[in-house]
Design a protein around this ligand. Structure first.
Ligand code: NAP
Length: 292
């Protein structure tokens, strides 16, 4: 069994990006600049955004964090997005989800300039992705592809089962794994909460990508020998023995599934760090496109 080490690979990617930034600096050009908008003070969201800002510093990007209160109106947020869309200093930006209930998420995603949409959530970019056109691929699926690629995991002709159909992970993942090319050329089954007999489906899978957010959902008896397991789940579970009072748990019963798997991602240290690395990669791409 091989661990798909997202921590190591994401570090390699960050080093590669840092080297690109150095070249940009040596030429006296503007370095990539990523901005993040966060509305409210949800603990997990603040942690994610904090990690993204820290990652920017690590590779030499400029970063801007826009913090808005929990009572921010939709109009105020849309105005801030317009400002970032029009600011030539900003190459790309993200709006951290989830948003407070008074704000319509779809309106917000539509307001982001697709050329600065480094999360790849805008319908224009999502559509381009589905049509195999050059675009920003959402960071988590992009990170999974990169991880499979760097470990040389064969996907052609394999049966990939994706669990979860969210717009940010499961749905794009199912499209990407079925695309022509590598990683891709898989036969994909997309499962969700209405799927019947899920064990029958997962136990036929060569590759399982689990993104549902239910701790230890995927058990050893649901997996065939030598399957490739990608665990996207991140759930905070109370744990008084930890200084923070919680620990992070994935969707996969790692202790038992890892005994059967050929490749498996750990949680933490698997898909999570890859997501941040690919957001940086998309920002670098956005800067290249803007300076072309
Ligand atoms: P989500 O919006 O929370 O949706 C969960 C999906 O799982 C839905 O499609 C749901 O089906 C499906 N589901 C729920 N229970 C199920 C069951 N018993 N059997 C089969 N499918 C079931 O998904 P998400 O935003 O993609 O998040 C999923 C997990 O990934 C969360 O733990 C999240 O924190 C984590 N995540 C991690 C990263 C990372 O960087 N590692 C990035 C994003 C998300 P329905 O559509 O029918 O409701």
């Amino acid at each position: 069994m091989t661990i798909l080490d997202g921590k190591k690979v994401s570090n390699d990617i960050k080093n590669e990006i840092a080297a690109e930034v150095q070249k940009i600096k040596d030429k006296g050009e503007k370095v990539p600049h990523l901005a993040a908008i966060i509305v409210g003070n949800d603990g997990a969201s603040l942690t994610y955004v904090g990690s993204k800002v820290k990652a920017c510093e690590r590779v030499g990007f400029e970063s801007t964090l826009v913090q808005m209160s929990n009572t921010t109106s939709e109009i105020e947020l849309l105005e801030k997005i317009k400002e970032l869309n029009e600011n030539p200093e900003i190459d790309g930006f993200i709006v951290q989800l989830p948003l407070p209930p008074q704000i319509n998420e779809q309106k917000v995603l539509l307001a982001v300039n697709p050329d600065k949409d480094v999360d790849g959530f805008h319908p224009t970019n999502f559509g381009k992705m589905a049509l195999d056109m050059s675009t920003f691929i959402p960071a988590t699926p992009f990170g999974i592809l990169e991880l499979l690629d760097r470990y040389g995991v064969e996907t052609k002709g394999k049966h990939t089962v994706v669990i979860g159909r969210s717009h940010i992970v499961g749905r794009p993942m199912s499209i990407l794994m079925g695309r022509k090319g590598f990683p891709g050329n898989s036969t994909v089954t997309l499962t969700h909460s209405h799927t019947k007999n899920i064990t029958q489906i997962t136990s036929q899978a060569d590759i399982i990508i689990s993104a549902l957010g239910v701790p230890n959902f995927l058990k050893a008896e649901m997996v065939k020998d030598d399957a490739v397991i990608v665990d996207v789940g991140i759930t905070r579970v109370t744990d008084e023995t930890r200084p923070r009072g919680y620990r992070i748990v994935g969707d996969v019963d790692f202790a038992n599934v890892s005994k059967k798997a050929s490749y498996i991602t750990p949680v933490p240290g698997g898909v999570g760090p890859m997501t941040i690395a690919m957001l940086l990669k998309n920002t670098l791409l956005a800067r290249e496109r803007h300076t072309r």
